[in-house]
Every structure is written in structure tokens, then in C-alpha cells.
Design a protein around this ligand. Sequence first.
Ligand SMILES: CC(C)(C)c1cc(CCc2ccccn2)cc(-c2ccc(S(=O)(=O)CCO)cc2)c1
Length: 238
Amino acid sequence: ACQHRLWPEIDRISMEQLRYARLGVGEGGWQLFAEDGEMKMYKREEEVNGMVVDPLKACHMVRGVTGHEMCHYFFSPDVRMDWETTVEQMTVIETIAEDTLVFLQVHKRIWPASQRDSLFWSHMRQVPDHNDRDGHDIWIVCNHSTENPDFPSNNGKFVRVTLTVCLVCQTFIDPPKDGAQIVRDNITCKITYCSVVNPGGWAPASVLRAVYKREYPKFLKRFTAYVIDQCKEKPIMF
Ligand SMILES: CC(C)(C)c1cc(CCc2ccccn2)cc(-c2ccc(S(=O)(=O)CCO)cc2)c1
């Protein structure tokens, strides 16, 4: 992967997104718009050329799974359609490395806007986390739009969205007493999910904002519930 033409961009954007995800929501005009137990969802209202591109940042704490497991299921194309209900079709159009893929996805239509597709590289990596006193590694998946001449955008069928998404996960272990083996009840995963989706063409702001408000909390809840269910009978993947 290191010699692939996209590698410098993949490395730069992934590390930029890691820093962005770890910034607090205290500054920068974030407004809390959804809360459900440990999950808190924030957004900023932003428009580019009259199009809603509201950045989203979600923070969540999930007990019983590791950051590696969360990122593994988020990244894996094999299970994508099991949890991702905003997508109608998903294809891996390029394998850059075993931890770096290029996806082409057709998203479900958001009436009355026209249907969208997205083309993005997806990169997963473990980032040693030196400056955190608990010393737990961080796992990240970063998805960022890219172009491919074999799949031109706006080829008449779908409007191409551009997106940057990152899932940043940190595992915390509450060690059991008397040196007993660590079980799932001793682990918690701190999740930060950030996304910016530019619709790529006209879509009614009021409709988009209503859909985002309804769909994003459902999306994150469904995904985390899926990972918990997939992992509960399996050995812990640290
Ligand atoms: C429905 C809603 C949740 C708001 C939504 C709408 C659209 C684009 C569809 C769209 C946008 C604007 C206008 C019309 N259609 C995309 C997504 C989306 C894109 C990417 C990812 S991901 O985290 O990278 C996982 C891989 O799929 C998740 C969600 C979500």
C-alpha cells in the first residue's frame, strides 16, 4: 500500500481525521441534537453553495467490545449490508491493501432528492496512543471520497456525493480482581464517529436536516448493536 499513488493522501487524511475526532465539542459551534443513553450526537449547520453539508460528530461508549472489533466490522465489506441500511448496493472496486479498499455505494433515495452514489477509499489502522495515561491503542477507520476514471461521477444515473467519515475507537479495560482473565464485561469502547456528507447537488435543506436528525442516531445505534451481537460469543479481539 505504501507505494500506491493514493497512499500519501490516505495517510494525511486519516491522521487529520484522527486529530479532528479527538477535538472536544466544547468549541467550534457544535450543537447537541440527539442523545440516547451514552450516545451523544452533535452537528454544525453549514451550507456550501446552498447545499446542506452539516458536519456531524457522535460520541458513544459501548461495553463488551474492543475498538479493534468495532473498526473491523465497520471496515469489512463482507458484513456491510448486514448493518448499513442507508445503502442499496455496495461494491469493492479496488483493493489497495488488506486494510485499504475503494468502495462504490449506491445509497437509498431520500425523496424528493435524486438518488446518490458515493465512491471512497476506506482505510483501517491501529494508532499507538502514547499520550493517553491509560495507554490503550486507538483503532481508526477513515472513509474519504476519491475519483476513478472507470466510475465517473454524475454519469446520468446518480448524483455523486462527496464524504469524509471517520470512526475512532479507544478500548478501556477495567481489570478483573485477583488477576482473573479479562472478559467482555471488563472492556468498554469509546467511539467517536465524524461525518461530512456533501450531497453533490441540490437537495432541500429542510428535508436533509430532518433525515439526518432521524437517520444518524438510528444508524449508529444499529451498527453498535450489530457489533455487540456479532462479538458476544466470540473470543475478544484486542
Ligand atoms: C441517510 C443518511 C444517514 C443521511 C445518509 C445519506 C447519505 C447520502 C445520501 C444522500 C445524501 C444527501 C441527499 C440525498 N441522498 C450517505 C450516508 C452515509 C454515507 C457514508 C457512511 S459510512 O459511515 O462511510 C459507512 C459506509 O456506508 C454512512 C452514511 C448517510
